[in-house]
Design a protein around this ligand. Structure first.
Ligand code: 5GP
Length: 205
């Protein structure tokens, strides 16, 4: 573990259903110095989700207050619910030398890119749009309208691909996990990036 310098900040984004959560669940347990940031959301918990493990579930009022108090590094409205990254926790971990991963949407990724100049942005891509639709449909979490909404959002998100440092096509889970692991380990580096990250304060839009 490297506790003598600031940690690195990674952002992992990608369309809903692309498998970013699965990839991170495979890779992160093998990397003790890389910590996963638990987001705050106003979305109700899904079956099996645990408060404080999957998300911190809060009310709209609580979320609004957290925005006003500058508690978020970034926040966004995704599919009608609010999601945000707790700024203090991320700051503390980076300062202690831990690397931190944010699993957030593209709007959030662009805010982090703006505020934390040396953040490393990773976009997870589906092998094809047809395959993405198949995966979203298979999850059976959503209505047909919701699936269409997610497909449209996916196209919009993928249009940001050039603004990411790395793009990983999740065609084969183990191969993609290996690629992600090498990036998080620092074995593959984006051009022009070197050391620990500092962020401008707050996300008070
Ligand atoms: P879900 O509700 O399916 O867990 O997540 C929906 C989307 O919100 C996903 O793309 C996920 O990455 C994104 N998301 C989760 N937490 C955050 C966050 O703290 N900030 C932002 N901007 N997006 C988030």
């Amino acid at each position: 573990m490297n506790k003598t310098s600031r940690g690195r900040l990674f952002v992992v984004s990608g369309p809903s259903g692309v498998g970013k959560g699965t990839l991170l669940k495979l890779v992160l347990p093998t990397l003790p110095n890389v910590l996963y940031s638990i987001s705050v959301t106003t979305r109700p918990p899904r079956l099996g989700e645990v408060d404080g493990r999957d998300y911190f579930f809060v009310t709209d009022e609580q979320f609004k207050r957290m925005i006003e108090d500058g508690e978020f590094l970034e926040w966004a409205n995704v599919y009608g619910h609010m999601y945000g990254t707790p700024r203090k926790w991320v700051e503390e971990k980076l300062a202690s030398g831990y690397d931190v991963v944010l699993e957030i949407d593209v709007q959030g990724a662009m805010q982090v890119k703006e505020r934390c100049k040396d953040a490393i942005l990773i976009l997870i891509l589906p092998p094809s749009m047809e395959e993405l639709q198949r995966r979203i449909t298979k999850r059976a979490l959503d209505s047909p309208e919701e699936i269409e909404r997610r497909m449209n959002k996916a196209k919009w998100e993928i249009s940001f691909r050039d603004r990411f440092d790395f793009q990983i096509v999740n065609d084969d889970l183990n191969r993609a996990a290996g690629e992600l692991r090498r990036i998080l380990l620092g074995e593959v580096k984006p051009s022009g990036r070197k050391k620990g990250v500092r962020c401008n304060n707050g996300a008070n839009r």
